[in-house]
Design a protein around this ligand. Structure first.
Ligand code: S3P
Length: 183
């Protein structure tokens, strides 16, 4: 949504949503909320443990609950998880309550960035490339349909990407002031 007081980052694993989110939040003087980190904090369990005990469905339920809570705030940067856009209700909330930026990364870039990652349950696959390609086929149209603006973030450091994205946002994001409770 534009204009909006909130900035919501969407995109695949390894696109840098959390790291870039922190930098953009600093740049715009807003608090940054990382949805995965918030889920872990609330439950006291890692994303991997939640997947293990409750399955993906349990994780998605918790993710949707917190997404609904955080998107009611004003004046935040929210870094979502790669699959947070899947439930249609989540997409409606993201669309209605913030300026949505799709951080794009190619499968090649994701593979490089996530090479040492053992925390993401969806990457626990015999062929990671195939898994990431499958997720991209399923999700890219969803990201595309939801995003107010999109930018490649996988080909450079998060510091550089954040500078480029901030410049893009200066042009395209019509930022409105946060309301009192968050100011
Ligand atoms: C997921 C992405 C992860 C995390 C979970 C599921 C996904 O977040 O929410 O492992 O479905 O793509 P990041 O996109 O921050 O890695």
């Amino acid at each position: 949504m534009n204009p909006s007081p909130n900035l919501f980052l969407i995109g695949p694993m390894g696109a840098g949503k959390s790291s870039i989110g922190r930098r953009l939040a600093e740049r715009f003087g807003l608090p940054c909320i990382d949805l995965d980190a918030a889920i872990e904090q609330r439950t006291g369990a890692s994303v991997a443990t939640i997947f293990e005990i409750e399955g993906e469905a349990g994780f998605r339920r918790r993710e949707s609950e917190l997404l609904a809570e955080f998107t009611t705030r004003t004046g935040i940067v929210l870094a979502t998880g790669g699959g947070a856009v899947l439930p249609i209700e989540n997409r409606a909330l993201l669309r209605q309550r913030g300026f949505v930026v799709w951080l794009q990364a190619s499968v090649e870039q994701q593979l490089q960035r996530l090479a040492r990652d053992r925390q993401r349950p969806l990457l626990d696959a015999p062929d990671r490339r195939e898994r990431l390609e499958e997720l991209a086929r399923e999700r890219d149209p969803v990201y595309a349909e939801l995003a107010d603006c999109s930018i490649g973030s996988g080909g450079e450091s998060c510091d550089h990407a954040a500078v480029h994205i901030a410049a893009l946002l200066e042009k395209h994001w019509q930022r409105t002031p946060a309301m009192k409770e968050n100011a």
